[in-house]
Design a protein around this ligand. Structure first.
Ligand SMILES: Nc1ncnc2c1ncn2[C@@H]1O[C@H](COP(=O)(O)OP(=O)(O)O)[C@@H](O)[C@H]1O
Ligand SMILES: [Mg+2]
Length: 498
């Protein structure tokens, strides 16, 4: 970051906008850059006015417009750090915007750089081209380690080393320095040491605060999935893709996969199991919330999501029901000023360029809502299609679900269950088991095959209700997505005959 900042300043960029919630860390970095370049550093805030950081002398220019005008009197080769300035830009005061533009033009000839520092990106279209936006990455493990050492020293604790240290720092990635410091301190108070479990819990809390991301705890593994063998094999093959060995071997980091399919057939389940396969954290993105109402907010939202995911990486970033977040991106901007299309475009280019080990797993029920760019081969390592489970798969699913609710598959007539559940999704099989448990409980009896068959007969499966949609989805999938299930012998024969 230091080098990048230095380069921008040396190449005469008059306006920089750093998006970060970590004032102290960014300011320390800017100070170091100023020293390295031999530039003077001025810092402005609405409370303190314009302060010369070298000698502490201040200029009373608390009003933002006065502040901008006062920059004109500063010497050449100077950096001016503007704190909280985005808040003043929010209402797009034309006088302030003009003052900024004029000052940027002057600064450019005088070797001065204005640096706006804010936790969000707020730029009116009039200023978008005047400022270069820089994201300040969240602290890496080494930086989080410095904070850890500080806490241990002040708490007079032994500084953790080896695997212990690694686990703590791994748990802390994705937090800002201040958040990590707070989490370490809390762990010391709660447990008398820095316990990585507590750090992980605190991180889950802080990640959730933005309302976009959630760290999901998973207990699902590939064993929780009945069928979908091809997809499972594929995942298993990539199990060690984030390891040091894979990097040394020269494996490119996997991009991710998209699962399209009939609702209730194991898409979300697979996403969760994937995190277990990689043995890395699962971050769930609420794509619907990505679109903020304020101008520029949506882009900012996506930025912060990417920052957190890259800091926690290797990790799995799960976007469930992608179509919900992408609705509107097909519109050429008629409905929302092009925000969805723009956010979506940035997401795609991130996917395309990303080098960081973030495995993106997206699921979708309705492909008609997805923009075609997203479905192009090459965007994803694979696009999968999950169909209704075949007989073999349903048998596995019955077994899994019966076991999941603490009963023994051997106590049931699995063949009968498989036969009566033709056209059922995995979710419907699970529901049948739950319904049978309720029925059994009411009668103070254990559920039996007969009870399951009875309760199931009372409900109409989705595949009947949505026959047409399913048919369309299947047709779409041919040639576009890879079936997650290998064809059965009978299916193969049918294809050969056809
Ligand atoms: N192939 C499967 N194997 C085992 N359970 C399944 C399977 N498919 C669905 N289920 C059950 O149905 C529930 C809902 O499935 P889910 O993965 O959320 O469906 P969707 O494809 O709509 O995301 C799962 O939590 C699981 O209990
Ligand atoms: Mg789902």
């Amino acid at each position: 970051m230091r080098q990048r900042l230095t380069n921008y300043i040396r190449s005469g960029h008059a306006g920089l906008y750093i998006v970060s919630a970590e004032e102290a860390r960014v300011e320390a970095e800017i100070k170091a850059v100023a020293e390295g370049l031999g530039y003077k550093l001025y810092a402005w805030s609405a409370i303190e006015g314009l302060v010369n950081t070298a000698d502490g002398s201040t200029q009373q220019a608390n009003d933002p417009i006065d502040a901008i005008t006062a920059i004109n009197d500063l010497p050449e080769n100077a950096l001016v750090l503007q704190r909280d300035f985005h808040l003043f830009l929010e209402d797009r005061n034309p006088v302030l915007i003009r003052a900024l533009k004029d000052e940027l033009a002057r600064s450019k000839t005088k070797g001065r750089t204005l640096i706006l520092l804010g936790c969000r990106l707020v730029l009116a279209p009039e200023l978008e081209r005047e400022f270069t936006v820089l994201d300040f990455a969240l602290p890496d493990k080494q930086q989080l380690g410095v904070v850890l050492d500080g806490i241990c020293e002040s708490a007079k604790l032994e500084i953790p080393t080896g695997d212990d240290r690694d686990q703590i720092l791994d748990a802390a990635t994705g937090m800002t320095s201040t958040e990590a410091e707070n989490a370490y301190a809390l762990a010391v108070i709660e447990s008398g040491g820095v316990d990585s479990g507590i750090i992980r819990r605190e991180k889950a809390q802080t990640v959730k605060k933005s309302g976009l991301l959630e760290v999901v705890n998973v207990c699902e593994t590939l064993h929780s999935i009945g069928g979908l063998d091809l997809m499972k094999d594929w995942l298993l093959q990539r199990r060690d893709a984030f390891s040091k060995r894979a990097v040394e071997y020269g494996l490119p980091s996997p991009k991710g996969m998209l699962i399209v399919g009939i609702p209730g057939c194991g898409k979300s389940l697979t996403a969760k199991a994937t995190a277990s396969v990689f043995n890395r954290p699962l971050l769930k993105l609420d794509a619907g919330k990505l679109y903020g109402s304020l101008v520029g907010q949506s882009e900012g939202n996506l930025r912060s999501v990417i920052q957190v995911a890259e800091a926690i990486a290797p990790c799995v970033l799960w976007i469930d029901e992608l179509e919900k977040g992408m609705a509107g991106s097909k519109s050429s901007g008629a409905t929302d000023g092009g925000t969805s299309a723009r956010v979506f475009g940035s997401f795609l280019s991130w996917m395309q360029e990303k080098r960081s080990p973030v495995f993106v797993i997206a699921t979708a029920n309705d492909v008609t809502q997805l923009p075609p760019e997203l479905l192009r081969k090459g965007r994803w390592d694979e696009i999968w299609f999950t169909d209704l489970p075949n007989n073999e798969e349903r048998q596995k699913i019955w077994e899994i679900q019966i076991k999941k609710y603490g009963r023994k598959p051997a106590d049931f007539d699995l063949r009968a269950l498989v036969e009566m559940s033709v056209g059922y999704t995995g979710a419907e099989v699970e529901q049948a088991v739950i319904d049978a448990l309720y029925a059994g409980f009411a009668e103070d009896q254990e559920p039996t095959t007969k009870v399951i068959c009875q309760v199931t007969a009372e409900s109409i499966p989705l595949s009947k209700l949505m026959a047409e949609n399913i048919d369309q989805l299947r047709k779409w999938a041919v040639g576009r997505a890879r079936p997650a299930t290998a064809p059965t012998k009978a299916e193969k024969q049918r294809r050969i005959a056809a």
